[in-house]
Design a protein around this ligand. Structure first.
Ligand SMILES: Cc1cc2nc3c(=O)[nH]c(=O)nc-3n(C[C@H](O)[C@H](O)[C@H](O)COP(=O)(O)OP(=O)(O)OC[C@H]3O[C@@H](n4cnc5c(N)ncnc54)[C@H](O)[C@@H]3O)c2cc1C
Length: 722
């Protein structure tokens, strides 16, 4: 049914386009010069004298048709309107008729072209549409003021944007008024003119272009007034101690301060606890070190898969934890005070607090509290584990990703019975690792499936893998309370209105991470927060000289996105007065390091459906890949979403060994607009896991071979055989 409507639409569009083109071709034979126009007007004056009202209505309708069909007659008709109806009469007629005609052309473009354009733009359509929804009327007004931009082009262009029809109508009428008035007026003087070219003189067009600048200048002035208002209650220092102060020494803070130092700015980085932030000390680094030990233990248990004698791994858990801390210590110099000092950053260890938009107070242990003034500030305070308000949780005690690495450091064996609260990436990685190291793990998730951001088949595959490793995965289970009975700790859960209790020795709360928003002056400065610090597309907060990046700013919570935002925050903080850059979220990859790993970039199937973006799916299964077979890692797949009929990539989900590494090729392709054809045409080393990407591209190609062409080639071969 839908395809039938699409077909009808295409047919209708082709008919309409052909008719307009035919009309245009016809009109090309008529050279409308001033004499022809005068002749037509003289003839029309006779009709006008007979029945003025009918004539005016007919003229009005004809004008609407001309503008709706984008026929190149509007200029002549506007002059005629002046000549036939005088300035005011002509202006009213031409202004309303041209706007109604423009709106009809706009509606036609919306009907015929909008879906098509959206499908072509794919996920990019969303960011373009958000920008246009906000500023579309403003751009339209500017375009209407400058008559050098063809009238019909503006109508068609705006038709494919999300601007509302009424807004389009009103802004067009207002924006075209000046231009219409000039031409109608010229029409009233037609008898005295020598030629038509004089009307649209270069001087006039330049004047209009200058008029088009007017709304931009007005906007700049308004912005400046708004800025002044925000800062009105504060007194700006006459001089600043620093160009930039960065609060927080995690990924976002480190990258921001590094960029500032690299551009020779005077920059101070303040870190309250450990340099490197959560990623180094409690997050990515220790969790990946734990995953590696757990994987080795798993492989020892299943050594028979590789023709070796399997065995139960013997180990002291304390040694595993020691290795994890060793890994942190080995990486720590990359993020250390010494390294950043050598790069030109002043690093202060202490708690920072905003005093006013240009002053930061730093409370350093063992020394006096200092106050520094600065032109700009970047808030990079990160996030911390969210602890659910479960009755009894505080009493039974719990671990989080921030505490577990130190709390379990000296244990000789892993937790015997472990509850992991949360089925997101962090909960799933930890649940699998502890299970592989011998813990009896129960993972509790309230949602109907784990890893809810990914497609259902991905959740199912990861859940099956966790279950095989011994994790009891309880989805659709709501945690109600915790307690201790006869010195046994328990957690009560509800599933299908049934309550049950699970006993445990340790519990890890991994239900999400909440940005650090309190205790450093956001409230006092009135900087709005809505779960994250509110920022605009330049990462500026309410005060344009205070910016935010990383987990505290959202919308993502990854080290690489924190670093990515940091570049924009630093450049905008230091050079925003000259040029600001909008943070670019078009191609954001991420991975969950379960076994198999799950990596994604762009749209998932569920997201594409939710957003109504048309797509095709191409799959390639890892069990077909030579290297995966040799390695015994055949679980997983490459799933690529593309624009229907084209090889442009909308999104990729990769499940399998090293998926987090393999996705990089697709990230590059999406970032630089390379289609699957380019991946297929690239040599990949045999035998590698990376070949999966090329084979996925090959699957796409096979599905898009033109059968007629193939039949033709077959005939060619037959003919060659004689
Ligand atoms: C278990 C776990 C595993 C993870 N795995 C991955 C992964 O594999 N890949 C990935 O990309 N991401 C991963 N993450 C997420 C990653 O750790 C975060 O996205 C990243 O650390 C965010 O960096 P950030 O700079 O925004 O904040 P943070 O790293 O949290 O740094 C913020 C810093 O600000 C300091 N601070 C706060 N307030 C003040 C103040 N007032 N004054 C001075 N200093 C202050 C804090 O002490 C902290 O050091 C993981 C997280 C966890 C918990």
């Amino acid at each position: 049914m839908a395809t039938l409507t699409a077909m009808k639409k295409k047919l209708l569009f082709a008919l309409a386009a052909l008719s307009v083109l035919a009309l245009m071709a016809l009109l090309r034979h008529y050279q409308i010069d001033i004499d022809t126009l005068r002749e037509w007007i003289a003839q029309a004056e006779a009709w006008r004298a007979e029945r003025i009202l009918a004539f005016a209505l007919g003229f009005f309708a004809a004008y609407i048709v001309v503008t709706a069909l984008s026929l190149p007659l509007a200029f002549g008709m506007t002059l005629a309107a002046g000549a036939l109806f005088g300035f005011w009469g002509g202006l009213v007629l031409a202004s309303f008729a041209s706007t109604i005609g423009a709106t009809l052309a706009f509606l036609a473009a919306r009907y015929f072209l909008r879906d098509w354009v959206r499908a072509r733009l794919g996920d990019r359509a969303r960011s373009v549409e958000t920008g246009l929804a906000r500023d579309g009327a403003f751009y339209l007004f500017t375009l209407r003021l400058i008559p050098v931009v063809p009238f019909f082009a503006v109508n068609l262009l705006m038709g494919v944007t999300p601007i509302r029809t009424l807004n389009f109508y009103l802004v067009s009428q207002a924006g075209m008024l000046a231009g219409t008035a000039v031409y109608v007026n010229a029409g009233t003087q037609l008898a005295r003119l020598d030629s038509l070219s004089g009307i649209a003189s270069p001087t006039l067009l330049v004047s209009f272009a200058l008029l088009g600048l007017f709304p931009w200048i007005a906007r700049m002035i308004l912005n400046a007034i708004k800025r002044r208002k925000v800062y009105a209650r504060w007194t700006q220092p006459a001089k600043f101690d620093r160009n930039l102060i960065v609060i927080g020494g995690g990924a976002a803070g480190l990258v921001s301060s590094y960029i500032a130092a690299a551009t020779r700015a005077k920059v101070t980085l303040v870190e309250a606890h450990r340099m490197g932030g959560d990623c180094l000390n409690y997050g990515c680094v220790p969790s990946k070190a734990l995953i590696k030990s757990a994987k080795v233990a798993h492989q020892m248990r299943h050594a028979d898969h590789y023709g070796l004698e399997p065995g139960v791994p013997k180990f002291s858990f304390a040694r595993v934890m020691e290795r994890i801390h060793g890994v942190i210590a080995e990486i720590a110099p990359h993020d250390s005070v010494e390294r950043y000092t050598s790069l030109g950053v002043e690093v202060l260890q202490g708690h920072a607090r905003l005093i006013d938009p240009w002053t930061v107070e730093i409370a350093q242990e063992g020394s006096e509290t200092r106050r520094l003034t600065t032109r700009a500030i970047i808030i990079a305070t990160g996030a911390e584990p969210f602890v659910p308000p479960l009755p009894g949780l505080e009493d039974v005690g719990y671990l989080t990703s921030n505490t577990l690495w130190d709390a379990l450091r000296d244990r000789r064996s892993p937790p015997k019975r472990l509850v992991v609260l949360g089925g997101g990436p962090i909960g799933s990685e930890l649940a699998q690792s502890f299970a592989r190291l011998g813990s009896q793990v129960t993972q509790i998730e309230m949602a109907p499936r784990i890893m809810i951001r990914e497609d259902e088949e991905v959740s199912a595959l990861v859940q099956a893998s966790l279950t095989r490793d011994g994790v009891q995965v309880l989805t659709g289970h709501k945690a109600l309370a915790c307690g201790v009975t006869d010195s046994a700790k328990w957690i009560e859960v509800e599933h299908d209105a049934q309550k049950s209790r699970i006993e445990f020795d340790d519990l890890i709360a991994a239900v999400g991470r909440a940005p650090r928003l309190q205790g450093f002056g956001l409230e006092e400065l009135g900087i709005p927060v809505n779960r994250v610090v509110e920022t605009n597309e330049y990462l500026e907060t309410l005060y344009p000289n205070i910016l935010a990046a990383g987990d505290v700013a959202g919308p993502y919570q990854f080290t690489h996105t924190a670093g990515h935002q940091a570049w924009f925050a630093a450049v905008n903080a230091l050079f925003g007065g000259i040029k600001r850059f909008k943070v670019d979220y078009r191609v954001i990859p991420w991975a969950t390091f379960t076994d198999p790993e799950v990596a994604r970039v762009g749209l998932s199937e569920a997201e594409a459906r939710e957003k109504g973006i048309p797509f095709e799916v191409t799959r390639y299964s890892m069990d077909d890949l030579d290297r995966a077979i040799a390695d015994g890692t055949t679980e997983g797949f490459v799933k690529v979403l593309t624009v229907p009929g084209r090889d442009r990539i909308l999104g990729v989900t990769l499940v399998g060994a090293h998926a987090g590494d393999l996705i990089a090729e697709f990230v590059l392709a999406m970032k630089h607009g390379l289609g699957l054809g380019k991946i297929l045409g690239t040599i990949h080393i045999y035998p590698t896991l990376a070949e999966a990407n090329k084979y996925a591209a090959g699957e796409w190609r096979r599905a898009h071979v033109n059968p007629r062409l193939l039949a033709l080639v077959e005939r060619f071969h037959r003919w060659r055989r004689g």
